[in-house]
Design a protein around this ligand. Structure first.
Ligand code: ASP
Length: 339
């Protein structure tokens, strides 16, 4: 039987049209263009249904509430389709991919986010290949996780980061190998793919993300205690601290360390991640990391800042207390970390 894929079209460059004031999404335009592509009517391509969202967003405008809308949309249509594609802007695609990976609990079907750097309406574009390959993977390959497909790589969603503002290989997952490569053939590394949830009657459920005050901060030489203290003020519940190297910070800056300690004493969860693209936090390796650990900061290991932030949102939305959030932040839930 021909497979049927649900396409949630949320916005982004992929479906934009050149208007007087620049590229912008236009209602119905993407679907119209796809309908005229002969290759999408080929027998090797699954049937698909496009659901265009009421508000087509440049993904720079995505909010946590939009992640929940997408998860609810997938949940509503879950039984009727073999796989799901989320067409999304590239700017915050890695955040949405990470958020969906946490929110879609017991996922047993492929959910693939994709988009493009050049709109489908341009003669030379990357949208065509990304759509075609994403459709084929969603229909024919058993990858029961939230993935991001772009260029030639199928990546685990909660490991993905946008690495190029202009290149057509715009995403990578530096700390985890691609789940698949689309070259002459599509090759999936099945040993890396998460197992299908068992027993088979475990049903998809969604953990909605609600309004919780969490933040991310990239530290820099010269950061003052006052600055970080201002960020850590209530109602903040969690902070992703993007620190140096293996998770180091300015231990000689007593104001900075005190602000962290005061916040963790109040129950704020502060997660140490690295500004480096590759490698992991090893919080006890240097005095500059140990000082953070002594101030109550926990290790985010090799999680991306995107995964750490969306995981904080997800766990606080589950209603966990600060101690449980700390514990779960250091546990691998969806393949987002190696520890
Ligand atoms: N600004 C666009 C977006 O993220 C960029 C893109 O889609 O490539 O929606």
């Amino acid at each position: 039987m021909r497979k049927h894929i649900y396409i949630a079209y949320t916005g982004g460059t992929i479906g934009m049209r050149k208007l007087q004031y620049g590229y912008a999404p236009e209602r119905g335009y993407l679907e119209q263009q796809m309908a005229t592509m002969p290759e999408l009517h080929d027998a090797t391509i699954p049937a698909y249904t496009i659901h265009e969202y009421d508000e087509l967003l440049d993904s720079a405008n995505m909010m946590p509430a939009h992640w929940t809308l997408i998860a609810e949309d997938i949940e509503r249509n879950y039984q009727d389709y073999d796989g799901f594609i989320v067409l999304h802007g590239t700017d915050t695609m890695a955040y949405t991919a990470s958020a969906l990976a946490f929110m879609l609990q017991h996922l047993a079907k492929p959910v693939i986010l994709t988009g493009s750097q050049i709109p489908l309406c341009e003669v030379r574009n990357d949208a065509r290949e990304n759509i075609i390959t994403a459709l084929m993977i969603a229909a024919d390959y058993p990858v029961p996780e939230v993935c991001l497909f772009f260029g030639s790589k199928l990546l685990r969603g909660c490991r993905a980061v946008k690495v190029s503002a202009t290149g057509l290989e715009a995403f990578d997952s530096p700390n985890f190998p691609p789940l698949g490569i689309a070259g002459v053939n599509i090759s999936i590394k099945h040993h890396l793919v998460l197992p299908t949830p068992t027993p088979p009657d475990v049903k998809l459920s969604i953990g909605k993300i609600g309004d919780h005050v969490v933040a991310a901060l990239r530290i820099f030489p010269g950061i003052s205690g006052k600055m970080i203290e201002n960020i850590l003020h209530p109602p903040l519940k969690g902070l992703v601290l993007e620190a140096y190297g293996v998770g180091n910070g300015p231990e000689q800056n007593t104001g900075f360390i005190k602000a962290l300690k005061d916040a963790t004493d109040r129950g704020v969860v502060i997660v140490d991640t690295t500004q480096c693209l590759y490698g992991t936090v090893a919080i006890q390796e240097y005095a500059t990391g140990s000082a953070l650990a002594e101030a109550g900061v926990i290790s985010g290991y090799d999680m991306t800042a995107e995964a750490a932030l969306t995981k904080l949102f997800y766990l606080f939305s589950r209603g966990y207390a600060s101690e449980q959030v700390k514990q779960l932040m250091q546990q691998n839930l969806r393949g987002e970390m190696t520890n």
